[in-house]
Design a protein around this ligand. Structure first.
Ligand SMILES: NC(=O)c1ccc[n+]([C@@H]2O[C@H](COP(=O)([O-])OP(=O)(O)OC[C@H]3O[C@@H](n4cnc5c(N)ncnc54)[C@H](O)[C@@H]3O)[C@@H](O)[C@H]2O)c1
Length: 445
Protein backbone atom coordinates (compact mmCIF):
# COMPACT_ATOMS: atom_id res chain seq x y z
CA UNK A 1 0.00 0.00 0.00
CA UNK A 2 1.56 3.33 -1.02
CA UNK A 3 1.45 6.65 0.84
CA UNK A 4 -1.77 7.85 -0.79
CA UNK A 5 -3.55 4.50 -0.43
CA UNK A 6 -2.76 4.55 3.29
CA UNK A 7 -4.48 7.92 3.58
CA UNK A 8 -7.70 7.00 1.78
CA UNK A 9 -9.49 6.13 4.98
CA UNK A 10 -8.20 7.71 8.20
CA UNK A 11 -9.87 7.79 11.61
CA UNK A 12 -9.08 10.16 14.46
CA UNK A 13 -10.18 8.83 17.85
CA UNK A 14 -10.89 11.50 20.47
CA UNK A 15 -11.29 14.03 17.63
CA UNK A 16 -13.10 16.58 19.80
CA UNK A 17 -10.36 16.72 22.43
CA UNK A 18 -7.55 19.25 22.82
CA UNK A 19 -5.10 17.15 20.82
CA UNK A 20 -7.57 15.23 18.65
CA UNK A 21 -9.05 18.41 17.15
CA UNK A 22 -5.61 19.58 15.98
CA UNK A 23 -4.71 16.11 14.70
CA UNK A 24 -8.00 16.01 12.81
CA UNK A 25 -7.17 19.36 11.21
CA UNK A 26 -3.67 18.28 10.14
CA UNK A 27 -4.93 14.91 8.85
CA UNK A 28 -7.81 16.45 6.90
CA UNK A 29 -5.47 19.00 5.31
CA UNK A 30 -3.00 16.32 4.24
CA UNK A 31 -5.75 14.00 2.97
CA UNK A 32 -7.35 16.86 0.99
CA UNK A 33 -3.96 17.78 -0.49
CA UNK A 34 -3.57 14.19 -1.69
CA UNK A 35 -7.13 14.13 -3.03
CA UNK A 36 -6.51 17.28 -5.08
CA UNK A 37 -3.43 15.91 -6.86
CA UNK A 38 -4.22 15.31 -10.56
CA UNK A 39 -3.28 11.62 -10.21
CA UNK A 40 -5.93 11.16 -7.53
CA UNK A 41 -8.85 12.85 -9.29
CA UNK A 42 -12.04 10.90 -8.71
CA UNK A 43 -10.68 8.89 -5.78
CA UNK A 44 -12.66 8.82 -2.57
CA UNK A 45 -11.01 9.94 0.69
CA UNK A 46 -12.44 9.92 4.21
CA UNK A 47 -11.30 11.18 7.61
CA UNK A 48 -13.59 9.92 10.38
CA UNK A 49 -13.71 12.29 13.35
CA UNK A 50 -14.75 9.98 16.18
CA UNK A 51 -15.52 11.15 19.70
CA UNK A 52 -17.90 9.93 22.40
CA UNK A 53 -18.80 13.50 23.29
CA UNK A 54 -21.42 14.08 20.60
CA UNK A 55 -22.22 17.58 21.89
CA UNK A 56 -18.67 18.67 20.98
CA UNK A 57 -18.86 17.64 17.31
CA UNK A 58 -20.71 20.70 15.84
CA UNK A 59 -18.26 23.07 17.58
CA UNK A 60 -15.41 20.92 16.32
CA UNK A 61 -16.48 21.40 12.70
CA UNK A 62 -16.69 25.20 13.14
CA UNK A 63 -13.19 25.14 14.65
CA UNK A 64 -11.83 23.06 11.74
CA UNK A 65 -13.47 25.33 9.16
CA UNK A 66 -11.91 28.44 10.75
CA UNK A 67 -8.49 26.77 10.90
CA UNK A 68 -8.69 25.56 7.28
CA UNK A 69 -9.42 29.15 6.25
CA UNK A 70 -6.22 30.27 8.02
CA UNK A 71 -4.22 27.43 6.42
CA UNK A 72 -5.65 28.20 2.96
CA UNK A 73 -4.79 31.90 3.23
CA UNK A 74 -1.18 30.91 3.81
CA UNK A 75 -0.92 28.64 0.78
CA UNK A 76 -2.83 30.31 -2.02
CA UNK A 77 0.07 29.85 -4.44
CA UNK A 78 0.10 26.08 -3.87
CA UNK A 79 -3.71 25.97 -4.05
CA UNK A 80 -3.74 27.81 -7.39
CA UNK A 81 -1.64 24.97 -8.80
CA UNK A 82 -3.89 22.30 -7.30
CA UNK A 83 -6.96 24.00 -8.78
CA UNK A 84 -5.30 24.82 -12.14
CA UNK A 85 -8.05 22.96 -14.01
CA UNK A 86 -10.86 24.93 -12.36
CA UNK A 87 -11.46 27.86 -14.71
CA UNK A 88 -14.39 28.94 -12.53
CA UNK A 89 -12.06 29.86 -9.64
CA UNK A 90 -10.72 33.31 -10.37
CA UNK A 91 -10.16 35.29 -7.20
CA UNK A 92 -8.07 34.03 -4.28
CA UNK A 93 -11.27 34.03 -2.26
CA UNK A 94 -12.86 31.56 -4.76
CA UNK A 95 -9.90 29.22 -4.38
CA UNK A 96 -9.93 29.47 -0.61
CA UNK A 97 -13.68 28.70 -0.49
CA UNK A 98 -13.21 25.69 -2.81
CA UNK A 99 -10.39 24.37 -0.61
CA UNK A 100 -12.40 24.78 2.60
CA UNK A 101 -15.26 22.95 0.96
CA UNK A 102 -12.95 20.11 -0.22
CA UNK A 103 -11.29 19.70 3.18
CA UNK A 104 -14.63 19.72 4.98
CA UNK A 105 -16.02 17.19 2.48
CA UNK A 106 -13.59 14.47 3.61
CA UNK A 107 -14.48 14.80 7.33
CA UNK A 108 -17.13 12.46 8.72
CA UNK A 109 -17.93 13.31 12.34
CA UNK A 110 -19.57 10.69 14.54
CA UNK A 111 -19.63 8.93 17.87
CA UNK A 112 -19.47 5.32 16.67
CA UNK A 113 -16.21 3.42 16.74
CA UNK A 114 -17.51 1.23 13.90
CA UNK A 115 -16.59 4.04 11.49
CA UNK A 116 -12.94 3.05 12.00
CA UNK A 117 -13.54 -0.54 10.85
CA UNK A 118 -12.75 0.49 7.24
CA UNK A 119 -9.75 2.67 8.06
CA UNK A 120 -6.17 2.03 7.00
CA UNK A 121 -4.69 4.57 9.42
CA UNK A 122 -5.94 5.40 12.90
CA UNK A 123 -4.76 8.37 14.92
CA UNK A 124 -5.59 7.91 18.58
CA UNK A 125 -5.91 10.87 20.97
CA UNK A 126 -8.45 9.69 23.56
CA UNK A 127 -7.89 10.30 27.27
CA UNK A 128 -4.59 9.09 28.75
CA UNK A 129 -5.87 5.72 29.93
CA UNK A 130 -3.98 2.61 28.83
CA UNK A 131 -7.03 0.38 29.46
CA UNK A 132 -9.27 2.57 27.30
CA UNK A 133 -6.70 2.79 24.50
CA UNK A 134 -6.20 -1.01 24.56
CA UNK A 135 -9.95 -1.61 24.45
CA UNK A 136 -10.45 0.66 21.45
CA UNK A 137 -7.44 -0.76 19.56
CA UNK A 138 -8.55 -4.34 20.22
CA UNK A 139 -12.10 -3.68 19.08
CA UNK A 140 -11.02 -1.94 15.86
CA UNK A 141 -8.27 -4.42 15.12
CA UNK A 142 -10.53 -7.44 15.44
CA UNK A 143 -13.22 -5.93 13.19
CA UNK A 144 -11.09 -4.18 10.57
CA UNK A 145 -9.92 -6.38 7.66
CA UNK A 146 -7.28 -3.82 6.49
CA UNK A 147 -4.59 -4.51 9.10
CA UNK A 148 -4.71 -0.80 10.02
CA UNK A 149 -1.82 1.15 11.45
CA UNK A 150 -2.35 2.79 14.84
CA UNK A 151 -0.58 6.10 15.56
CA UNK A 152 -1.06 6.90 19.23
CA UNK A 153 -0.60 10.30 20.80
CA UNK A 154 -0.02 8.90 24.28
CA UNK A 155 2.21 11.11 26.42
CA UNK A 156 3.43 8.45 28.76
CA UNK A 157 2.22 4.89 28.12
CA UNK A 158 4.91 2.67 26.56
CA UNK A 159 4.01 1.73 22.98
CA UNK A 160 5.34 -1.83 23.34
CA UNK A 161 2.83 -2.44 26.14
CA UNK A 162 -0.08 -1.22 24.01
CA UNK A 163 1.18 -3.35 21.11
CA UNK A 164 1.08 -6.44 23.29
CA UNK A 165 -2.11 -5.77 25.21
CA UNK A 166 -4.08 -5.09 22.00
CA UNK A 167 -2.24 -7.82 19.97
CA UNK A 168 -1.33 -5.38 17.20
CA UNK A 169 1.74 -7.30 15.95
CA UNK A 170 3.83 -4.16 15.53
CA UNK A 171 1.17 -2.07 13.78
CA UNK A 172 1.40 0.72 16.35
CA UNK A 173 3.83 3.56 16.94
CA UNK A 174 3.90 6.72 19.00
CA UNK A 175 3.26 9.86 16.96
CA UNK A 176 3.48 12.33 19.81
CA UNK A 177 2.27 15.79 18.87
CA UNK A 178 2.68 18.76 21.18
CA UNK A 179 -0.14 21.02 22.26
CA UNK A 180 -1.60 22.59 20.14
CA UNK A 181 -0.77 20.19 17.28
CA UNK A 182 -1.62 22.70 14.55
CA UNK A 183 0.94 25.21 15.88
CA UNK A 184 3.60 23.19 17.64
CA UNK A 185 6.33 22.06 15.26
CA UNK A 186 7.54 19.06 17.24
CA UNK A 187 6.55 15.43 16.82
CA UNK A 188 8.28 12.78 18.90
CA UNK A 189 8.27 9.56 16.92
CA UNK A 190 8.38 6.46 19.09
CA UNK A 191 8.93 3.27 17.17
CA UNK A 192 9.24 -0.28 18.48
CA UNK A 193 11.33 -3.13 17.11
CA UNK A 194 8.21 -4.86 15.72
CA UNK A 195 7.36 -1.91 13.40
CA UNK A 196 7.87 -2.53 9.69
CA UNK A 197 10.25 -0.22 7.85
CA UNK A 198 7.34 0.69 5.53
CA UNK A 199 5.37 1.95 8.52
CA UNK A 200 8.28 3.97 9.89
CA UNK A 201 8.98 5.54 6.49
CA UNK A 202 5.32 6.43 6.08
CA UNK A 203 5.27 8.08 9.53
CA UNK A 204 8.31 10.17 8.63
CA UNK A 205 6.83 11.20 5.30
CA UNK A 206 3.52 12.13 6.93
CA UNK A 207 5.25 14.19 9.63
CA UNK A 208 7.31 15.93 6.95
CA UNK A 209 4.20 16.73 4.89
CA UNK A 210 2.62 18.15 8.06
CA UNK A 211 5.78 20.32 8.29
CA UNK A 212 6.85 18.88 11.62
CA UNK A 213 10.27 18.59 13.20
CA UNK A 214 10.66 14.90 14.02
CA UNK A 215 12.72 13.68 16.95
CA UNK A 216 13.00 9.92 17.49
CA UNK A 217 12.51 8.72 21.02
CA UNK A 218 12.96 5.27 22.46
CA UNK A 219 9.95 3.56 23.94
CA UNK A 220 10.53 4.46 27.57
CA UNK A 221 7.57 5.88 29.52
CA UNK A 222 7.29 9.66 29.13
CA UNK A 223 9.67 9.65 26.14
CA UNK A 224 11.96 12.69 25.85
CA UNK A 225 9.55 15.58 26.42
CA UNK A 226 7.81 14.37 29.53
CA UNK A 227 10.94 12.55 30.64
CA UNK A 228 12.51 15.97 30.97
CA UNK A 229 9.48 18.05 31.95
CA UNK A 230 8.25 15.82 34.78
CA UNK A 231 11.66 15.69 36.47
CA UNK A 232 12.25 19.38 35.87
CA UNK A 233 8.84 20.16 37.40
CA UNK A 234 9.66 17.99 40.42
CA UNK A 235 12.86 19.96 40.92
CA UNK A 236 10.87 23.23 41.02
CA UNK A 237 8.24 21.79 43.36
CA UNK A 238 10.77 20.18 45.72
CA UNK A 239 12.88 23.31 45.84
CA UNK A 240 9.80 25.36 46.77
CA UNK A 241 9.05 22.86 49.55
CA UNK A 242 12.64 23.21 50.77
CA UNK A 243 12.32 27.01 50.87
CA UNK A 244 9.25 26.56 53.07
CA UNK A 245 11.57 26.56 56.09
CA UNK A 246 12.45 30.18 55.21
CA UNK A 247 9.11 31.58 54.00
CA UNK A 248 5.44 30.62 53.56
CA UNK A 249 4.93 28.05 50.82
CA UNK A 250 3.03 30.44 48.56
CA UNK A 251 6.02 32.80 48.58
CA UNK A 252 8.36 29.91 47.85
CA UNK A 253 6.17 28.91 44.87
CA UNK A 254 6.33 32.51 43.66
CA UNK A 255 10.14 32.55 44.02
CA UNK A 256 10.71 29.29 42.15
CA UNK A 257 8.30 30.37 39.44
CA UNK A 258 10.26 33.59 39.07
CA UNK A 259 13.65 31.88 39.09
CA UNK A 260 12.56 29.41 36.41
CA UNK A 261 11.13 32.17 34.22
CA UNK A 262 13.10 35.40 34.65
CA UNK A 263 16.44 34.08 35.89
CA UNK A 264 16.47 31.02 33.63
CA UNK A 265 15.06 33.02 30.72
CA UNK A 266 12.32 30.51 29.95
CA UNK A 267 8.96 31.36 28.33
CA UNK A 268 7.06 30.74 31.57
CA UNK A 269 7.82 29.78 35.12
CA UNK A 270 7.62 26.14 36.14
CA UNK A 271 4.42 26.54 38.20
CA UNK A 272 2.75 28.43 35.36
CA UNK A 273 3.75 25.61 33.01
CA UNK A 274 2.31 23.00 35.39
CA UNK A 275 -0.93 25.02 35.49
CA UNK A 276 -0.91 25.29 31.70
CA UNK A 277 -0.55 21.54 31.23
CA UNK A 278 -2.91 20.88 34.16
CA UNK A 279 -2.00 19.89 37.71
CA UNK A 280 -4.18 16.79 37.27
CA UNK A 281 -2.45 15.91 33.97
CA UNK A 282 1.07 16.36 35.37
CA UNK A 283 0.18 14.29 38.43
CA UNK A 284 -1.34 11.62 36.24
CA UNK A 285 1.61 11.45 33.83
CA UNK A 286 3.98 11.05 36.79
CA UNK A 287 1.78 8.22 38.06
CA UNK A 288 1.89 6.43 34.70
CA UNK A 289 5.65 6.92 34.35
CA UNK A 290 6.63 6.13 37.93
CA UNK A 291 6.48 2.31 37.80
CA UNK A 292 8.91 2.33 34.86
CA UNK A 293 11.51 4.52 36.62
CA UNK A 294 14.29 2.60 38.25
CA UNK A 295 15.90 4.12 41.31
CA UNK A 296 13.80 7.29 41.37
CA UNK A 297 10.29 8.29 42.38
CA UNK A 298 8.15 10.47 40.15
CA UNK A 299 5.60 11.69 42.64
CA UNK A 300 4.72 14.86 44.48
CA UNK A 301 2.45 15.02 47.51
CA UNK A 302 2.00 18.75 46.81
CA UNK A 303 0.38 17.87 43.48
CA UNK A 304 -1.82 15.34 45.29
CA UNK A 305 -2.85 18.00 47.81
CA UNK A 306 -3.73 20.53 45.10
CA UNK A 307 -5.64 17.88 43.15
CA UNK A 308 -7.58 16.77 46.23
CA UNK A 309 -8.54 20.39 46.89
CA UNK A 310 -9.90 20.59 43.34
CA UNK A 311 -7.24 23.10 42.19
CA UNK A 312 -6.30 21.72 38.79
CA UNK A 313 -5.31 24.44 36.31
CA UNK A 314 -5.75 23.55 32.63
CA UNK A 315 -7.83 25.60 30.22
CA UNK A 316 -11.47 26.55 29.72
CA UNK A 317 -13.13 25.63 26.42
CA UNK A 318 -12.30 29.10 25.04
CA UNK A 319 -8.59 28.45 25.70
CA UNK A 320 -8.28 30.79 28.68
CA UNK A 321 -6.22 29.64 31.66
CA UNK A 322 -7.89 28.19 34.75
CA UNK A 323 -6.43 29.00 38.14
CA UNK A 324 -3.97 26.49 39.57
CA UNK A 325 -0.85 27.18 41.62
CA UNK A 326 -1.28 30.69 40.26
CA UNK A 327 -4.34 32.82 39.66
CA UNK A 328 -4.68 34.44 36.23
CA UNK A 329 -6.17 37.69 35.02
CA UNK A 330 -6.17 38.16 31.25
CA UNK A 331 -3.73 35.25 31.04
CA UNK A 332 -1.19 36.79 33.42
CA UNK A 333 -0.44 35.43 36.88
CA UNK A 334 -1.52 37.84 39.62
CA UNK A 335 -1.71 35.75 42.79
CA UNK A 336 -0.52 32.46 44.22
CA UNK A 337 -2.45 29.71 45.97
CA UNK A 338 -1.98 29.31 49.68
CA UNK A 339 -2.65 25.76 50.80
CA UNK A 340 -2.90 27.02 54.40
CA UNK A 341 -5.92 29.23 53.75
CA UNK A 342 -7.24 27.62 50.57
CA UNK A 343 -7.30 31.03 48.87
CA UNK A 344 -5.08 33.11 46.60
CA UNK A 345 -2.66 35.70 47.94
CA UNK A 346 -2.12 38.66 45.58
CA UNK A 347 1.48 39.11 44.42
CA UNK A 348 1.24 42.73 45.51
CA UNK A 349 1.01 41.58 49.15
CA UNK A 350 4.46 39.99 49.24
CA UNK A 351 6.32 40.31 45.93
CA UNK A 352 8.48 43.24 47.06
CA UNK A 353 9.99 41.24 49.91
CA UNK A 354 10.20 38.00 47.88
CA UNK A 355 11.93 39.84 45.01
CA UNK A 356 14.34 41.43 47.49
CA UNK A 357 15.08 37.99 48.95
CA UNK A 358 15.94 36.65 45.46
CA UNK A 359 18.07 39.70 44.66
CA UNK A 360 18.06 42.04 41.72
CA UNK A 361 17.86 40.38 38.32
CA UNK A 362 20.96 41.50 36.39
CA UNK A 363 20.57 43.15 32.99
CA UNK A 364 22.37 40.21 31.31
CA UNK A 365 19.29 38.06 32.09
CA UNK A 366 17.27 38.97 29.02
CA UNK A 367 13.52 38.55 28.89
CA UNK A 368 12.82 35.24 27.12
CA UNK A 369 11.02 36.89 24.21
CA UNK A 370 14.08 39.02 23.44
CA UNK A 371 16.53 36.17 23.93
CA UNK A 372 14.64 33.65 21.79
CA UNK A 373 14.58 36.01 18.81
CA UNK A 374 18.31 36.66 18.93
CA UNK A 375 20.65 34.85 16.54
CA UNK A 376 23.13 34.72 19.42
CA UNK A 377 20.80 33.24 21.99
CA UNK A 378 23.19 30.48 23.10
CA UNK A 379 26.05 32.86 23.79
CA UNK A 380 23.76 35.41 25.46
CA UNK A 381 22.36 32.69 27.73
CA UNK A 382 25.92 31.55 28.46
CA UNK A 383 26.86 35.12 29.37
CA UNK A 384 23.97 35.38 31.83
CA UNK A 385 24.88 32.10 33.57
CA UNK A 386 28.53 33.13 33.63
CA UNK A 387 27.47 36.31 35.37
CA UNK A 388 25.38 34.36 37.93
CA UNK A 389 28.49 32.40 38.92
CA UNK A 390 30.02 35.59 40.27
CA UNK A 391 26.89 36.71 42.11
CA UNK A 392 25.92 36.13 45.72
CA UNK A 393 22.17 36.69 45.16
CA UNK A 394 19.88 33.74 45.95
CA UNK A 395 18.17 34.03 42.55
CA UNK A 396 21.49 33.39 40.80
CA UNK A 397 22.31 30.36 42.98
CA UNK A 398 18.83 28.88 42.48
CA UNK A 399 19.00 29.44 38.70
CA UNK A 400 22.41 27.77 38.50
CA UNK A 401 21.25 24.84 40.58
CA UNK A 402 18.09 24.50 38.45
CA UNK A 403 20.14 24.73 35.23
CA UNK A 404 22.45 21.98 36.47
CA UNK A 405 19.53 19.74 37.36
CA UNK A 406 17.94 20.36 33.97
CA UNK A 407 21.23 19.42 32.29
CA UNK A 408 21.57 16.30 34.45
CA UNK A 409 18.04 15.24 33.43
CA UNK A 410 18.95 15.74 29.76
CA UNK A 411 22.10 13.63 30.12
CA UNK A 412 20.16 10.93 31.97
CA UNK A 413 17.70 10.71 29.06
CA UNK A 414 20.68 9.97 26.82
CA UNK A 415 22.36 7.50 29.20
CA UNK A 416 19.02 5.72 29.80
CA UNK A 417 18.71 5.34 26.02
CA UNK A 418 15.49 7.41 25.77
CA UNK A 419 17.17 9.92 23.45
CA UNK A 420 19.81 9.00 20.87
CA UNK A 421 21.96 12.00 21.83
CA UNK A 422 21.89 15.28 23.71
CA UNK A 423 21.16 17.22 20.50
CA UNK A 424 17.81 15.41 20.33
CA UNK A 425 17.04 16.31 23.96
CA UNK A 426 17.86 19.93 23.19
CA UNK A 427 15.71 19.92 20.03
CA UNK A 428 12.73 18.68 22.05
CA UNK A 429 13.15 21.39 24.68
CA UNK A 430 13.81 24.12 22.10
CA UNK A 431 10.98 23.13 19.78
CA UNK A 432 8.37 21.54 22.04
CA UNK A 433 8.87 23.75 25.08
CA UNK A 434 10.14 26.89 23.31
CA UNK A 435 13.26 27.13 25.46
CA UNK A 436 15.83 29.61 24.15
CA UNK A 437 18.78 27.27 24.91
CA UNK A 438 19.04 23.52 25.31
CA UNK A 439 19.34 21.98 28.78
CA UNK A 440 22.45 20.04 27.80
CA UNK A 441 24.95 22.88 27.56
CA UNK A 442 28.32 23.69 29.04
CA UNK A 443 27.50 27.04 30.62
CA UNK A 444 25.47 25.97 33.65
CA UNK A 445 28.25 23.73 34.98
N1 LIG B 1 -2.98 17.96 26.29
C1 LIG B 1 -1.68 17.87 26.02
O1 LIG B 1 -0.90 18.81 26.25
C2 LIG B 1 -1.14 16.63 25.38
C3 LIG B 1 0.09 16.70 24.69
C4 LIG B 1 0.58 15.56 24.05
C5 LIG B 1 -0.14 14.38 24.14
N2 LIG B 1 -1.33 14.33 24.83
C6 LIG B 1 -2.04 13.04 24.87
O2 LIG B 1 -3.11 13.11 23.92
C7 LIG B 1 -4.21 12.32 24.38
C8 LIG B 1 -5.44 13.19 24.46
O3 LIG B 1 -5.21 14.24 25.38
P1 LIG B 1 -6.09 15.57 25.39
O4 LIG B 1 -5.37 16.53 26.26
O5 LIG B 1 -6.44 15.96 24.01
O6 LIG B 1 -7.39 15.04 26.15
P2 LIG B 1 -8.87 15.58 26.06
O7 LIG B 1 -9.53 15.15 27.31
O8 LIG B 1 -8.90 17.02 25.66
O9 LIG B 1 -9.48 14.75 24.85
C9 LIG B 1 -9.79 13.40 24.90
C10 LIG B 1 -10.97 13.18 23.98
O10 LIG B 1 -11.21 11.78 23.92
C11 LIG B 1 -12.61 11.57 23.90
N3 LIG B 1 -12.87 10.20 24.29
C12 LIG B 1 -12.83 9.65 25.53
N4 LIG B 1 -13.19 8.34 25.45
C13 LIG B 1 -13.42 8.07 24.14
C14 LIG B 1 -13.82 6.91 23.42
N5 LIG B 1 -14.09 5.75 24.06
N6 LIG B 1 -13.99 6.99 22.08
C15 LIG B 1 -13.78 8.17 21.44
N7 LIG B 1 -13.43 9.31 22.07
C16 LIG B 1 -13.23 9.25 23.40
C17 LIG B 1 -13.14 12.61 24.87
O11 LIG B 1 -14.53 12.85 24.67
C18 LIG B 1 -12.27 13.83 24.52
O12 LIG B 1 -12.88 14.63 23.53
C19 LIG B 1 -3.77 11.71 25.70
O13 LIG B 1 -3.24 10.44 25.46
C20 LIG B 1 -2.68 12.69 26.17
O14 LIG B 1 -1.77 12.09 27.04
C21 LIG B 1 -1.83 15.43 25.43
Amino acid sequence: MNYTDRLTNVSVLGAAGKMGSGILLLSALEVADQMLLPANKGRHFVVNAIDVTSSALPGLLSYIRAQVLKAAEKKTVQLRKLYADRADLIENSDIIEAYISDVMSVIRPGTRLEAAYDSTLIFEAVSEDAGLKTRLFTQINSNNPNQPWFFTNTSSVPIGGLNQSASLEGRILGFHFYNPPAVQKLVELITISENSSEMKEFALQLAKNMRKVVVPSNDIAGFIGNGHFMRDALHGINKALELKSLMPLHEAVYCMNKVSQDWMMRPMGIFQLIDYVGIDVVRFIMKVMDPYMEGETLHSSLLDEMFEKGVKGGQYADGSQKDGFLKYEKGRPVAVYSADTGSYVAFSEFSASADAWLGELPAVALPWKNLVKSSEKESLAAKAYQHYKGMSEKGAALALEYGKRSREIGLKLVSDGVAANSADVNTVMLTGFFHAYGPVNEFVV
